[in-house]
Design a protein around this ligand. Sequence first.
Ligand code: COA
Length: 708
Amino acid sequence: MSSLQSLFKPNSIAVIGASNNKEKIGYSIVENIKNCGYSGAVYPINPKEKEILGYQCYPSIGEIGRPVDVAVISIPAAPSLQVARECGQAGVKFLVVITAGFKEIGEVGLKREKELLEICREYNMRLVGPNVVGIMDTHSPLNASFADGSPEKGEIAFISQSGAMLLAILDWSRSRGLGFSRFVSMGNKADLNEVDFIWSAAEDPNTKVILAYLEDVTDGKRFIQVVREASLKKPVIILKSGTSSAGARAASSHTGALAGSDLAYDVAFRQCGVIRVQEMSDLFDLAISFINQPVPAGDRVAIVTNSGGPGIIATDSVERNGLHMARFSKETIEKMRQHLPVEASLYNPVDVLGDARADRFNVALEAVLEDEQTDSLLLLLSPTAVTEPEKTAESLVSLRKKYASKPIFASLTGGKRLEKGARILTQAGIPCFPFPEPALKSIAGMVSYTRLRQKIQRRTPLPEVTEKAKATVKAILYDVMRDHRSVLLGNEASQVAAAYGIPVAPIYLAKTPEEAITIADSLGYPIVLKVASPKIIHKSDVGGVQVGLENAAQVREGYLKIMDSVSRLLPGTPVYGIEVQKMMPKGPETIIGMTRDLQFGPLLAFGLGGIYVNLLKDVSFRLAEGLNMEEIEEMITETKAHTLLRGYRGSTPCDLCAITEALARVARLSLDFPEIKEIDLNPVIAYPDSAMALDVKITAANENEQEE
Ligand code: COA
């Protein structure tokens, strides 16, 4: 991955469209560069001016005569292409195109954006935007944007697909004293996109946490590969909007974003170790927690409160957020018993009672922090006549130093009386909220990072298959295309599956009753017959299935019955013959499926099969890209079907390894053949020593789709 070092730390920067007119964006950009303390060379470009904000002005980029790392373009869209070309000819490394009027306005803009990208490619220039506010790095320092000033210096990198969001956050952050390492407006992401900026922030020594506001992901495959590595280095927290169908439409008209399925985003983020949040406030609450706190070792929370109500609310919230209440040791309880009143509740949540002063809080706080069962601590304080908010806050700050490995959060619920105490905590880096819920959401976010990080470190790869297997599948798909079909016949699908080691009860195609009998004799009875037609999806509905055929006579009769029924109910439908399959013994039914997501590629599904599949919706999902065997095992354990398969109430356990292997091979097949659009193994019977799919449907992209 190419380095963005010269973008965020340029030796020289040119502003094309720089202006002496304070109303112009071109003025604000130069003003920001100057005011942020940027120490490199600055070249304003404007054919009419000699000097702008004290910098010598040039009529064009070509006339500077010295190397330029970054050129910011702030002139209207139509002439910007010619200027971009001049930048290329002058050897500029990075273009930041502020100008709007590209992909986001439709056909004309899209054509313009493609041309801009072509120019950049021709001259080996990287492009930020177009349609951006600009970029900032507080440590360089650099502010190449038309924002209203710069953020405070800090350790949070904020990457945004919406410029307006970035500007709003900048303003808000200053009122909260929140610092940033970088601000990046990505705009239309014609070239550089979230993957480049997330990776660059992951490598940036001044960034501790990476936040992103996204409306879509440009390249799902690259996202999975790169962001996974980034998450191992530092927390990546993403708010992805457009989850509702109306939101997705709005996102698409905003920056021309192509929103894929939200489910796939969810799965992709989890597989990459990304913490996904749903609200802007969560994004920053979590960022502040990561900046100031150690990551909790586990999910056990200790709560100390001076009032019952908030204690109960917080306890409920612990559960809702997938956390657990710490169970204190006998020693901890004993320690508290010696110093707290008899009415106090010594079990989690610890209630030190409404008349508690700072000393009583201190006893409880220290006791639970000392306990090995506590992974994180939440202080809840409501104001009573005797509460000492500032003193309590100060004692929590000193405990934090003593127990530095455990994250500490606070919720001071009240108003004016608590303001000073809250300030003491915030200044010491203890996240302090007016209510308990956001504190617990933040703890849960931190815990999920620990878990996700552990998960993405496991990497047993998917099995590979031989070149011969690939050639077999290729030849079958070629025949299907040549036949202008997209749905594979049962026998073709079964051969594809078999080539990849996916266990499917073999299916053979018979074109006459005699052929069916010969195949049935070789397979052994009982036998199942199914109509073979790419046009018939629900075979049973048209009398296209005969089961439990015990001998040659029944096979002949079944064959003729199917042909007769189909020709009566669906006259003229092409029928290729009859599929012959051995009838398999019964067992727990599961399903394995694959559909292809627009952004992230093959999305695998596993769940309970049979007649309840739609009712129970017991399905778990993973993306095939970057998938490993451990993830597949986890995918199976996430379903209720897992309880059944492990051996429920004395039933024999099923072969989970065989199911895992089948899923892995379906993933491998979908990765190797992008032209396969859908795979449906239903049912897959789980036996004690194997697994076997009884039916397999494979759909390939038809010719038109492949040309896209
Ligand atoms: N080289 C150098 N300077 C040039 C030039 C060129 N080829 N062509 C024009 N200029 C000068 C102009 O003369 C003007 O200078 P002046 O103020 O001294 O007259 C300056 O560059 C700016 O050009 P102008 O035509 O006045 O454009 P503008 O400032 O009105 O608008 C944009 C330019 C980029 C701001 C505007 O087209 C735009 O896209 N606005 C939306 C930006 C936006 O919202 N981005 C996304 C944020 S989320």
